[in-house]
Design a binder for this molecule. Sequence first.
Ligand SMILES: *Cc1c(COP(=O)(O)O)cnc(C)c1O
Length: 387
Amino acid sequence: MLDQAKRMQGMSSAIFTQVDDMRKKAVAAGKDVITLSLGSPDVPPAPHVMEALLKGVADPKNYGYALSKGTPEFLQAVTDWYGSKFGVALDPATEVHSLLGSQDGLAHISLCFANPGDVVLVPDPGYPIYTAGPVSADAELYLMPLTPENDYLPDLDAIPESVLKRAKMMILNYPNNPLAATATVEFFGRVVELAKRYKFLVCHDFAYSELCFDGYRPPSFLSLPGAKDIGVEFHTMSKSFCMAGCRVGFVVGNAQAIELLGRVKSNFDYGIFLPIQQAAVAALTGPQDCVAAMADEYARRRDIVVDGFNSMGWKVTRPKASMYVWAPVPTKQDSFSFAASLIENAGVVVVPGVGFGPYGEGYVRIALVQPQDRLREAVDRIRKWLG
Ligand SMILES: *Cc1c(COP(=O)(O)O)cnc(C)c1O
């Protein structure tokens, strides 16, 4: 065996791998398995998006290296979309950068701001890249617990002054994965103040900006006065436009952060395949009714799961946004054992909350990534098992 780097211990995927192994075993045993674990959208992209991709692929001029920053059309499309959706004005020359999925930006931004031993404030539970990114920069993590008592918002007053003084970044994500929680403008305002006082970068992951229901619209962090002085917002085409496999996203906001991240990326990669950028432009500038239709579909799926669970006495909250239901474990098991039993007894795969951090224990995350009839079937099977 070769010696592995110490930081690899901070990049644990053990729980996700274990759950997937259980899923594979059940499938191999001939079980009809309903997979509600990975948050990969099953809804196809709009036809005009796929047509733009096909047209781009057929053009021989599109096969050279793209520049990592993004084509002028892409940067302008993002700027216009941002202005019209969130009322935030951006300079496409300095405040927008393309990403190979938002994962790319979230993974590499720590390299721009954190020296070894510097603190990065991360939510717990949280999306795994929020810890893997800082760990790859040898930064120190400070976990901010997200609990129902605080409406799943970090308790800013509970962060010790000594930690804030060493903090170089804070990572936030609303609408949240895995909690499906949302943030208020008031909370964002307090974050802006804190970040200015202690001079750290706020990285807001806005992956679910378009997955919102019942007329609710989540606020952009950058819409707060002064937010651009200390903040960036990460977006992905994966969820809003059902383009997860295309690996395309973008980061907007603070020009210094965008320049530094751009410098890292110009060393690490050579940009996004041009036809994919063209498809992204088609998605951002084309008709937006497909986005509303997709959100409607997720809302209906949410209702099937929430109403179904509540009617069997499994009390869960109805989220206003995201593509998840965050449900307390209804048995006396820990989240991992419950997830294992659920595969065994109902053939339904969910993610144990502890996979997102210690504060996720006691919950499971259900991703609404199957059609409505399959979700009804999942609810029926769970009802039969839990009684
Ligand atoms: C799905 C998801 C992303 C998307 O990552 P991409 O690399 O853009 O596909 C980012 N953040 C969160 C919280 C997500 O759930």
